[in-house]
Design a protein around this ligand. Sequence first.
Ligand SMILES: [Cu+2]
Length: 524
Amino acid sequence: MNKRQSEPVIITRRSLLAGALGITAAGALAACGMGSRGGSASTSSGAPASQQPTRPTGGLGQPSVRASAGGLLTTSLTAAATVLPVGGGTIPGLTYEQALPGPTLKLSPGDTLKLKLANSLPATSGQGMGMGNGMGQMNGMADAPGHTNLHFHGLHVSPDGNSDNVFIDVAPESSQDYEVRIPADHWGGLNWYHPHRHGTVTDQVLGGMAGAIIITGALDSVPQIAAAADQVLVLQRVQEQRSQLVMASSMHGNEFMSGMGNPSFTVNGMVSPTTTMRPGEVQRWRLVNADAIDYFDLALVDAAGTVIPGGLHLLARDGMALPAVRSVDSQLVVPGNRVEMLIQAPATAGSFTLMGRVVQGFAHGDVPLVQVSVTGEPNPMPLPTTLPTPLQAIPASAVAHRRTVTFGTWGGAMVVNGVNFADGPDQVDLDVGSVTEWEVQNLSQDKHAFHFHTNPFMVVAVNGVPEPDPWFWDTYPIPPATAADAPGSITIRTAPKDFRGKIVQHCHILPHEDAGMMGVINLV
Ligand SMILES: [Cu+2]
């Protein structure tokens, strides 16, 4: 049974109170004996006692876990207004299951998820941000306060019917039964769910509506990974003046607005939670950037504030395992990105911090995401080198089609291929079963983060410079244009398979998406 502190250590201006949602979730988890591993048999290590990891005992809790059994996970999520305790006061939020973040859904390849989404959101939520008053229409925002739906971000599943279909509309006081079939050959990794009803997404994600989805996979049985304590880290914000931020950030230069309304960045519902590791211990940390706006540059820093070189041992990005461990100083995560990594505590007692370092242009400063106290008997654990991954790089020789896609602004509106979602949308076909190479251009001098649904893509170049080790993502920042005739670009290769239907490509800076920076892709 885990021992957990009753209170998070308060080191920042704001911190969720003891008894806040993260602690409640952790307590509930400990009470039902699941611990941080979520009760998964697949993480049983069989390692000798000296190799057993220290279980997290600090203030860092884990979201509650809902795991499939016998090939099926039947569950429900109720979206509703929630009062979030912050500092000495409260902030009105929007959550799933009254929890920040929502519960973690854990499934295996071949499983079916049957999920009832119940919409108990206030029918007025989202009003006051310009929707329905002309200003929102000018921005391309849909006039649908309180409406919602679900997107299963990162899952390679059908986009049709009642599966991962973002054209479903769930009105207030109604519900929707989703059925999502995970292919038997789905890759394992961390994904996430969030609302995707055009026009209300930003308000709902900023309010707190997000949760992790774990697909089990080959990494789980790598001995060095199986021996490591598994921590899911859901990075979100709690936010005053949410509706004003939504409105302001849908305009140009959003990053300068991202500090509006005193945001507090949380991990599993707490500000700068603490955990402990033994000297030399290795833990498996899986982080999703579930913020709607901000980029973060992740790095481990020591007590003196110095970056620990090679401190992030990357296993997977956007839910897809790398072919080998990559040990890096830092890793950028834009909204929607996931990064899974091993973290090794130094050989001697002390402390270090997972820092979400500021990215130029954003207002949040360096955010200490998780603080680690290194204490106790040394427990040196090994790191793996090569990794099992079911993915294969897409060679240039396989490219059958080429296309250019543009993200930018036109007459003040956010557009894809020159068209605002409310005015079209832009529609393009994408051939299933063959390889297409895309140049995705950013015509504006704002930041944009490219995402499209159902299939991942391999990033082969950024601004025309080849990537040294091209691999897969499902969300990737497009560098800003440096001049009107000098767009930023990423070059990607896609090999869509298995599913046909109507999906979307959009900017994952969600106020841009709500403002119409989204187009339709027909998988044909
Ligand atoms: Cu954007």
